[in-house]
Design a protein. Sequence first.
Length: 177
Amino acid sequence: MIIYEWILRIKEKRKQKQEIKIKQKFSFLIDIIVENKKSTDQKIQALYECVQNNKAGIIHELVAVNESIKKIDNNIKKLQLDINDDKTISQENIQELKKLFVENSIDIKETINSVIAKVEQINKTWLEREKQLENNLLIKSEMITSRIEDVKMLIKLLAVNELIDQIDIAAIDKQIR
């Protein structure tokens, strides 16, 4: 009887150790998942900030385009007033109008090209970050899958150990009787 109780105590201690190991594995797995989520959230936030910064730059450029267009409108209105006052269109007014239009259209083209360049840079940055996030998530997913497989294997080993313990106890029980 003493041997049987001793075997039961050993079995219980072994079971407790195995349960602690399983809990540690699951705890480690949960820590990895939480860390991966934090890391992913930080990368998404950085990407969002990058887009916001570029968005602010684009808005600034679009405001500049709008200002250039207003400048053209004001100059055309001014020339129209001058023309209306003179009642005659002078060659000088036409040349001034052409000059202003050319200058402002060059400004607008440069600003629009700048906006296009910023949009292309945002797209490029977005695609690079998206690809990087996908790669990181794939790596983290593989790590988690590996850990889950480890835990599954550990659970199978626990079941096998439990079965062996039951067989050992049954054999000892037979010998005692």
